[in-house]
Design a protein around this ligand. Structure first.
Ligand code: HEC
Length: 87
């Protein structure tokens, strides 16, 4: 009986962790990553563009030499954050 409860809670906790990780933008990580090479003004100039444009931009920046190596979840959290900013 106990294992069912433990397993069930584990699945719920994992589901929450995944959905939060996928959906929430990460301001601190976004600003830290995107000011490694230039200031935020460059990024702010793009506020209001659509998500596809952010994905392409973030991937282009992260492909540059010297860019921080991010996981898929971190990359997503940055895209979420910038895509949610209004000009
Ligand atoms: C490894 C260094 C580096 C990092 C990290 C970096 N950038 Fe850049 N960024 C550059 C350089 C160099 C340029 C100018 C050349 C160019 O446009 O590719 C630039 C230009 C830009 C521009 C103007 C170019 C355009 O298309 O209008 C924007 C916007 C921008 N970066 C956003 C970002 C964002 C958002 C991030 C975080 C995901 C980021 N950058 C991280 C190096 C970097």
């Amino acid at each position: 009986m106990h294992w069912i409860i433990r397993y069930g809670l584990g699945v719920v906790a994992f589901g929450l962790w995944v959905s939060v990780g996928m959906a929430a933008g990460d301001k601190a990580l976004a600003e830290k990553t995107c000011t490694t090479c230039h200031n935020l003004k460059r990024v702010q100039a793009k506020f209001g563009q659509d998500r596809a444009a952010w994905e392409a931009l973030v991937d282009r920046m992260l492909a540059k030499a010297g860019a921080p190596k991010l996981s898929g979840v971190e990359r997503q959290a940055i895209i979420e954050w910038w895509a949610a900013q209004k000009p």
